[in-house]
Design a protein around this ligand. Structure first.
Ligand SMILES: [Zn+2]
Length: 297
């Protein structure tokens, strides 16, 4: 079995070497590393490929990973080196939807993990569950975890005040990245599905603009086709739903923006009576993360 794994990896490296031979310039590193003064703290989830998500190259940024993009003592060690030696200026906590750290069952772990490990973790067995929690650092909600890790990273900022820290959320299903100003939207208790659809709708609008600006006609046609298909599908499904969705999209920007700025704002959205002449909903798959569904109380 290990032989098969080694074969897979070594053959992959042969393919890499073949690409280097064909395009040596593409694979040569700039002298200055990293190219951008950015460090990502992200999850070890194998669906996250930071370079691919942001279309970066080797040597561009630092990427630190662990289970749940959690700031730990060892992360602090690496971050300090990156700041001190490599002049990092920006730290991005990149969390993601459907993180398995939200699904960790500590009681089950307590039953399953080898006794030897549990003994080492807690010498007196006084509160093994608490010890397990402290050790594995699970969390209930990906967005709240990002916010918590940003808060933890302010210990670094206390030492290096010039460092800027932000959070981003990755949707492993759609490939979209959401900035921290959208986090409040994800945490709103009601209408998760509609709000998430609204966010994706906005993203598709921005994408359309981006493609226009970059004169990417092929991708624009693909996107337009998807919009048409979805428009038909949804019309057949339910007309009233469509109208409601469009209203959400139209009112969400200013209504929710106010909420973002106000901790105590009410997140109830009052629907204005507006007539929508044309309804365009991009074809978007909605995958609500479990944590978001669960918090709908
Ligand atoms: Zn994860």
């Amino acid at each position: 079995m290990l032989k098969d794994i080694e074969k897979l990896l070594i053959e992959g490296n042969f393919q890499f070497q073949s690409k280097i031979i064909q395009n040596p310039e593409k694979y040569s590193f700039e002298k200055k590393i990293p190219k951008y003064p950015i460090l990502f703290l992200t999850c070890m989830d194998p669906r996250i490929d930071v370079r691919r998500i942001f279309q970066l190259d080797p040597g561009d940024v630092f990427i630190l990973r662990n289970a749940g993009n959690v700031y730990t003592l060892d992360m602090m060690r690496s971050i300090l080196i990156a700041i001190h030696k490599y002049k990092i200026k920006y730290i991005v906590v990149l969390g993601h939807l459907e993180c398995d750290m939200t699904k960790m069952n500590l009681k089950k772990l307590r039953e399953e993990l080898p006794n030897e490990f549990l003994k080492r973790l807690s010498r007196n067995y006084s509160d093994l569950l608490l010890e397990l929690r402290n050790f594995f650092k699970p969390f209930d909600n990906e967005i709240r975890n990002i916010i918590e890790q940003i808060n933890n990273l302010h210990k670094i900022k206390a030492i290096f005040p010039d460092i800027e820290i932000t959070g981003m959320l990755y949707d492993t299903q759609t490939g979209w990245i959401f900035k921290s100003e959208n986090f409040r939207d994800f945490l709103i208790h009601k209408n998760h599905l509609k709000i998430y659809k609204g966010l994706l709708y906005e993203k598709n609008q921005q994408l359309s603009k981006f493609l226009e600006e970059n004169n990417d006609k092929e991708a624009l046609i693909e996107l337009a086709d998807e919009i048409e298909v979805e428009e038909l599908d949804l019309k057949e499904e339910n007309d009233s739903l469509l109208i409601e969705e469009t209203k959400i999209t139209n009112v969400r920007e200013d209504k929710l923006q106010k909420s973002v700025d106000n901790e105590n704002a009410s997140f109830q959205i009052t629907m204005p009576k507006i007539q929508v002449p044309k309804i365009l909903i991009p074809k978007i798959k909605i995958h609500l993360p479990k944590s978001v569904k669960d918090s709908d109380d």
